[in-house]
Design a protein around this ligand. Structure first.
Ligand code: SF4
Length: 356
């Protein structure tokens, strides 16, 4: 199936879901009673375990009644997170936490609707209406000379047609102060067929304004030969692919899965870039771990245990930007003369310090 057929056959009805899994009573009730957008591609659906509702792939895309609970989430999350109630006038399409970069949302459509999405209010539940108007966004960027880095997001921007993507890239490259364009897309994982010739032609080549891609892969089972091929094709036209995993309870919050995920990403030529704390959007309490869990996993699964290339930065994304949280075991003591340092095995060493 090519990418358009994948989308035409999107698994978003109970009838189609039953071609892949035996849905539980709870899953059926969630689908039938909750007013929420859901669905995935046949490619991604085929990775689900037919019988196990705890399957890490299945939990990411099949609605759950737990989404009705919101004990620990923040209502109107995107308003807070994306600083949408500040005095600065910005179109809905522009989200800002930094001086020199912005996120530019160009669609609210996705190949699969992740149940843990932090933009759930707009993309999945439609409890918050935002106007993702491309022209308004472009015009705002043109008039904001401090913006050098534009992250095109959504929804999933690679669900736009090649012509629309070409237009966006061309218009952004015409803006003298834009130095780089990034795309955030889950298609590398959920719809790898999207990396076809037409799109590669639009994205590829040597330009003043390079394109970078970040995808989201949360579990090693999501990495298929089709995704490997998609990444290879992107690299072939000069585009690096990074990963922004989300720390998800019961999906990747154990040492073994976390390590396997990051090692397998490298095998697929995807650079582990960030691991995000699962953000407190409403209705996703059941995916969230304590905040320190990610730093513990970096310590126990990755740091020192394997190559430096497999080390993502663990961050908490907030309304004032991303805040990195590192494991806190390295420095046992320090003074002007000496640092006492501890490695991941608990071995202690000393390093002479040097005054300014
Ligand atoms: S693909 Fe991205 S925007 Fe779409 S539902 Fe998943 S996390 Fe949200």
């Amino acid at each position: 199936m090519d990418w358009k057929e994948q989308l035409r056959n999107q698994v978003n009805t109970l009838e189609r879901l039953r071609l892949y899994i035996e849905p539980t009573v709870e899953e059926i009730e969630a689908i039938e009673t909750m007013n929420t957008k859901w669905g995935t591609t046949p490619h991604y659906a085929a990775l689900m375990d037919k019988k196990d509702p705890a399957c890490p792939i299945r939990r990411q895309v099949v609605p759950s009644l737990k989404e009705r609970e919101n004990r620990y989430g923040i209502d109107n999350y995107l308003i807070w997170k994306e600083n949408r109630d500040t005095a600065e006038h910005r179109p809905d399409a522009i989200a800002r936490q930094y001086h020199d970069k912005i996120a530019f949302a160009v669609t609210d459509v996705c190949a699969n609707y992740c149940r843990h999405c932090f933009r759930k209010e707009v993309v999945v539940d439609h409890t918050l209406e935002l106007r993702f108007d491309v022209e308004e966004g472009l015009s705002w960027i043109r008039n904001a000379p401090e913006i050098r880095d534009v992250l095109i997001t959504g929804g999933d921007p690679f669900l736009l047609s090649n012509d629309r993507i070409e237009y966006l890239v061309r218009k952004l490259r015409e803006i003298p102060h834009v130095e780089m364009i990034r795309f955030g897309t889950r298609t590398v994982i959920a719809l790898p067929q999207r990396m076809e010739e037409g799109l590669l032609k639009v994205l590829g080549g040597l330009h003043r304004v390079p394109i970078w891609i970040n995808t989201q892969c949360n579990h090693p089972k999501e990495l298929t030969p089709e995704s490997a091929e998609a990444v290879y094709k992107l690299m072939g036209c000069g585009i690096n692919v990074g990963n922004q995993a989300v720390l998800l309870k019961g999906i990747n919050d154990d040492v073994d899965t976390f390590r396997k995920l990051h090692l397998k990403l490298l095998q697929f030529r995807i650079r582990p870039y960030y691991v995000f704390y699962c953000e407190p959007a409403p209705g996703i309490d059941h995916f969230r771990t304590p905040v320190e869990k990610g730093a513990e996993l970096i310590r126990d699964a990755i740091r020192g245990h394997t190559t430096g290339l497999a080390q993502p930065m663990y961050v908490v994304a907030t309304n004032v930007g991303k805040i990195p949280l590192a494991p806190d075991y390295y420095i046992r003591e320090r003074d002007e003369k000496e640092y006492t340092l501890v490695n991941f095995k608990g071995q202690v060493t000393r390093m002479p310090n040097i005054p300014e």
